[in-house]
Ligand binder design. Structure first.
Ligand SMILES: [Zn+2]
Length: 266
């Protein structure tokens, strides 16, 4: 089974505008249309069984519409994360609703949500996710939205995993865009932490460093991710396939680990 753990899409009516705005912020050209139909087409073309779709509530008032959209589009092939605005006083209550809606976890992006990942104001959300067994995916490291302030550093992620030892934390981008050496030293070996490979192919991360992080952290807790539509799953699949590691480890990273984390039938 192949699972891309890190994908984004938007309602048809706003996808063109949303992608154009994000493209301006990050200076990248999208490789897809960022819609449900186009994402399914990409999964087919790249031979991926399922994608984990990560939605982000960028203000408190968006929480309901973001999670309802996630619930509407969820299927066997589009597995959705919900989102809350973590420093909003009502956010922790939403975590229970997200589980009732059948969503598979939370995606948080502290740059777009204007807080630092280890801000105590967000702890009730983490507490609730831990209690309900919902994993949290964090954008990690640099983000072009706030280039001068990293809102989720490897040190913050380490603190969260130790304050919430039963919470499954997924650190996107192998623990931090542009902070990968710090991630290597700070995060490798943490038992309740996963890495995803989003935006690591095509020169974003040296294959030798990726291989070292997999060896130090354990291949059982590394997940294929692309950040589609900014990369395509085939980009990161090719990177993983190029590593001189056993086929069984590649299969785990390409999908079996995600299936286990999400409780899917592999
Ligand atoms: Zn992303």
């Amino acid at each position: 089974m192949i699972v891309d753990f890190h994908m984004h899409l938007f309602p048809d009516a706003i996808a063109p505008k949303a992608l154009a705005g994000l493209a301006r912020t990050c200076g990248m050209v999208p490789r897809g249309a960022g819609t449900v139909a186009d994402t399914l087409d990409i999964l087919d073309r790249c031979g991926v069984d399922a994608g984990v779709i990560e939605h982000i509530a960028t203000r408190p008032g968006q929480t309901e519409s973001v999670n309802k959209f996630a619930q509407q589009i969820q299927s066997d092939r589009l597995i959705c994360m919900g989102s809350v605005y973590p420093t909003d006083p009502g956010a922790a209550q939403w975590v229970g609703r997200i589980r009732e809606m059948g969503l598979h976890g939370l995606k948080l992006h502290p740059d777009y949500q204007d807080y630092r990942a280890d801000d105590r104001a967000a702890y009730p959300v983490y507490e609730q996710a831990q209690a309900l067994g919902l994993p949290i995916v964090f954008h990690a490291g640099y983000d072009p939205l706030s280039p001068k302030l990293i809102h989720t550093t490897p040190a913050m992620l380490r603190r969260i995993t130790s304050d919430f030892p039963r919470l499954q934390v997924v650190a996107a981008h192998m623990g931090g865009m542009e902070c990968r050496l710090e991630a290597l030293e700070t995060l490798c070996g943490i038992p309740n932490l996963y890495f995803d490979t989003a935006l690591c192919a095509e020169g974003f991360m040296a294959p030798a460093l990726l291989q070292e992080m997999i060896a130090r952290h354990g291949y059982e807790r590394v997940l294929l991710g692309s950040d589609c539509p900014w990369h395509l799953p085939e980009n990161e699949m090719r990177l993983i396939d190029s590593l001189p590691i056993p086929t069984s480890q590649k299969e785990a990273i390409l999908g079996d680990n995600a299936a286990r984390l999400l409780g899917l039938d592999a």
